[in-house]
Design a protein around this ligand. Structure first.
Ligand code: NA7
Length: 538
């Protein structure tokens, strides 16, 4: 299927940007179609999210038996996850194993960041440039750049004067960081803060946690996997995987649940307690209406408030840790080990930035409107420009030289989160408008990559050289994504799902919340209808 007229190594069929879960599988799948593929990766090794986010306590919040590739039964048989929730080092080892096992490493150019991608209509190719000064051309450009890969750092006046060390959870150094004896600050209490704070607290002389918005968190109850249970699941991988793919969340198989409002207070308490004791995000799905009914959601939120109250000994600190201004689950529900209990330690202080914001930094530390905090190290766990950040950080120009940043000025516009009109042969893996961050990323990645690969195969069959989304199909999808979001409580939170963490970013609900199984079926039907909504042109 290689295109004719390839002149050198810089002219390939497909460039795949990013070598995390998405890029690795895209390389595997497109190479198997005999396309000449080139991977580009800014880091010096594979892993994507799991390369960069190597902060203390980093762990997946999806259970390890669900969070792995399903494309190879041999791979499924030979890889043994060791814990209920895999740690970052274990997931990174897994991805390194996959690239080596399938001989993909030589297809990737490391330490190379794509900076520019311009569509050349005359040749029907993408003209690409990298930060190493290289130029490449490719018929297809596949963005496997991740949903949470463009970090955000707050602008703190004077931060450049700080004489201690500054760390970012999303850019953690490869060498070991030892906080022993130090006064450390963690800014941010999203998932990265909540996972790292208990671990950092155990090392430091003193830890100050700077919290802007408290988060709901549920215990992971992480533990080594029972070898027999693991074996039995491994023997039943195909039906298990199928049940996840077809489910609403892809995080666990679907099961019928009652409305919270149809239960008595005692029944709710029993149900919530069982989910809490089991651990993980099950709590959000142990009733049918947590994300669509505020009164139902309130019952869950009160339950978690009570758990915080009973865990945290100082009642004032407990209240500060209780989220009050958004429904549970409308900011990503965190999964932790000892998070709330960490605030019982005598070496941990919680600062409420809503009451006393950070005003400046100096050589010695940070100052809020109320006090000064002398510090040796500052850790930023302040999140990402989610879902669109990595794409819009690049100079991408489509038909007529139109910039993606202009086309998406009022929010991302995609068809199925996989392509956008005016940008032929540009594909996104788990882009905005797809279930992505609300799903099991590995399942969504495999589905999107398969969709793209099958579309390219269909183009080949028809002798088509370009695929472009038709505007009406895109408009319909954009409206559908927004309409479904409006039936939920998600728009009520100032979350990164809504773009609310980045000043000036359009307030648009970014992922598709219609369900993973339903999304999959829509993609399947569109493919079966000859890729309805795409123009496949010669
Ligand atoms: P998140 O979930 O976006 O969390 C970022 C945290 O940083 C959150 O508590 C923010 O508060 C806080 N933040 C952001 N900017 C500031 C400033 N300027 N000052 C103080 N605090 C700030 O990112 P994570 O890395 O923790 O997690 C991302 C995802 O990765 C997670 O959901 C999992 O899917 C894995 P805010 O809530 O905006 O008030």
């Amino acid at each position: 299927m290689s295109s004719e007229g390839a002149t050198n190594d810089h002219d390939v069929d497909a460039v795949i940007v990013g070598a995390g879960f998405a890029g690795i599988y895209a390389l595997y799948r497109l190479r198997a179609m005999s396309l000449r593929v080139q991977g580009l990766e800014a880091a010096e090794d594979v892993g994507g999210t799991w390369y960069w986010n190597r902060y203390p306590g980093a762990r997946c919040d999806v259970e390890s038996m669900s969070y792995s590739y399903s494309f190879s039964p041999e791979l499924e048989r030979e890889w043994m996850w060791t814990e209920r929730y895999a740690s970052q080092p274990e997931i990174l080892r897994y991805l390194q194993h996959v690239v080596d096992r399938f001989a993909l490493r030589s297809l990737i150019r490391f330490r190379t960041r794509l900076t520019q991608a311009h569509w050349d209509a005359a040749s029907g190719q993408w003209q690409l440039r990298t930060d190493t000064g290289e130029s490449l051309t490719a018929r297809f450009l596949v963005m496997a750049t991740g949903c949470l890969s463009e970090p955000r750092l707050p602008a703190i006046p004077g931060i450049e004067r700080f004489a201690g060390r500054i760390y970012q959870t999303s850019r953690w150094p490869r060498e070991e960081v030892d906080f022993t004896g130090q006064r450390v600050a963690v800014i941010g209490t999203g998932s990265s803060g909540i996972q790292s704070i208990p671990v950092i607290a155990r090392q430091t002389a003193h830890l100050t946690v700077f919290q802007r918005t408290p988060n709901f968190s549920v215990p992971a109850h992480n533990a080594p996997l029972d070898p027999r249970a693991r074996q039995s699941l491994m023997e039943n991988y195909p039906p298990f995987r199928r049940s996840l793919r077809e489910s609403f969340t892809s995080l666990m198989p679907d099961s019928e649940q009652p409305s919270a409002l149809a239960l008595t207070a005692e029944e709710r308490e029993r149900r919530y307690r069982a989910a809490w004791d089991e651990g993980g995000i099950r709590l959000l799905f142990c009733i049918s209406d947590a994300i669509i009914s505020k009164p139902a959601n309130d019952t869950l939120a009160s339950f978690v408030h009570e758990r915080i109250r009973e865990t945290v000994k100082d009642p004032e600190i407990a209240v500060r840790l209780m989220p009050r201004d958004y429904p549970l689950g409308t900011k990503r529900l965190c999964v932790d080990t000892d998070y709330y209990a960490t605030f019982n330690r005598s070496n941990v202080t919680l600062v409420d930035l809503r009451a006393t914001p950070i005003v400046s930094a100096s050589a010695q530390g940070l100052a809020t409107s109320a006090a000064e905090f002398p510090l040796d190290s500052i850790v930023f766990a302040t999140g990402f420009d989610a879902m669109t950040g990595a794409l819009l950080a690049l100079d991408i120009r489509g038909l007529g030289g139109r910039r993606l940043a202009d086309a998406w000025h009022d929010g991302p516009r995609t068809y199925l989160g996989v392509a956008t009109s005016g940008f032929p042969n540009l594909f996104m893996i788990t882009g905005p408008g797809s279930p992505s961050v609300l799903s099991n990323m590995v399942i969504s990645i495999e589905q999107h990559v398969d969709f793209i690969a099958d579309l390219i195969a269909k183009m080949h069959e028809r002798g088509a050289s370009t695929a472009e989304v038709q505007s009406p199909a895109e408009q319909g999808w954009v409206e559908h994504v927004a309409e479904v979001a409006e039936t939920t409580l998600f728009p009520q939170a100032n979350s990164w799902y809504m773009g609310a963490n980045v000043p000036g970013k359009p307030r648009v609900f970014l992922p598709y919340v219609g369900g993973v199984g339903a999304f999959r079926k829509q993609c399947h039907d569109i493919a079966a209808a000859g890729y309805a909504g795409f123009d496949l042109r010669r």
